[in-house]
Design a binder for this molecule. Structure first.
Ligand code: FES
Length: 157
């Protein structure tokens, strides 16, 4: 896919082309594309006049950055102790069945990406899943379907 890099140029311009803002620039690029496309990293390195290897080392250092293409909505399902004991496996299986993706995968229509994480900090509400950082607790199979359908419908507007 050929990307229009004008947005990357605008982001770099917003930070006056200062390489000290590299992390913020990468954050904004990821907000724009949902991940860090290789060609965008190249444009960042070129525009900031820094080695691509430096851009890569920052992009791979922070776990919040993704070099793999992701969907518009990031689902994180919790496999921490409390959630594991209270139904993580059923929740993850229901998400996988409903969307046709496994952990680390993105739906063909690029709407959802599924990640498994250690703890979302809402253990009292286990089992927990989050979509785009918003937590949903006391999950069961039916609630999974309702939440995912809400986000899927949102895409059509
Ligand atoms: S173990 Fe799942 S939110 Fe903490």
């Amino acid at each position: 896919m050929k990307l229009d890099l004008k947005s990357v140029d605008q982001i770099i311009g917003k930070y006056d082309g200062e390489d000290s803002w590299l992390v913020m620039i990468l954050q904004d690029v990821q907000d724009k594309y949902n991940y860090l496309p290789e060609c965008a990293l190249g444009r960042v390195a070129e525009s900031l006049k820094i080695p691509l290897s430096r851009v890569h080392s920052v992009a791979t250092f922070y776990s919040s950055f993704s070099l793999a293409e992701r969907g518009r909505h990031l689902i994180r399902v919790c496999d921490g102790t409390a959630c594991h004991l209270r139904g993580f496996t059923h929740i993850k299986e229901e998400i996988s069945r409903h969307l046709g993706i496994s952990e680390g995968q993105t739906t063909k229509d690029k709407v959802f990406t599924l990640d498994v994480v250690a703890c979302l900090g809402a253990c009292a509400l286990a089992p927990v899943m989050a979509v785009d950082g918003r937590c949903y607790g006391n999950m069961n199979a039916e609630k999974v379907r309702v939440v995912l359908d809400l986000y899927r419908r949102e895409k059509r507007h």
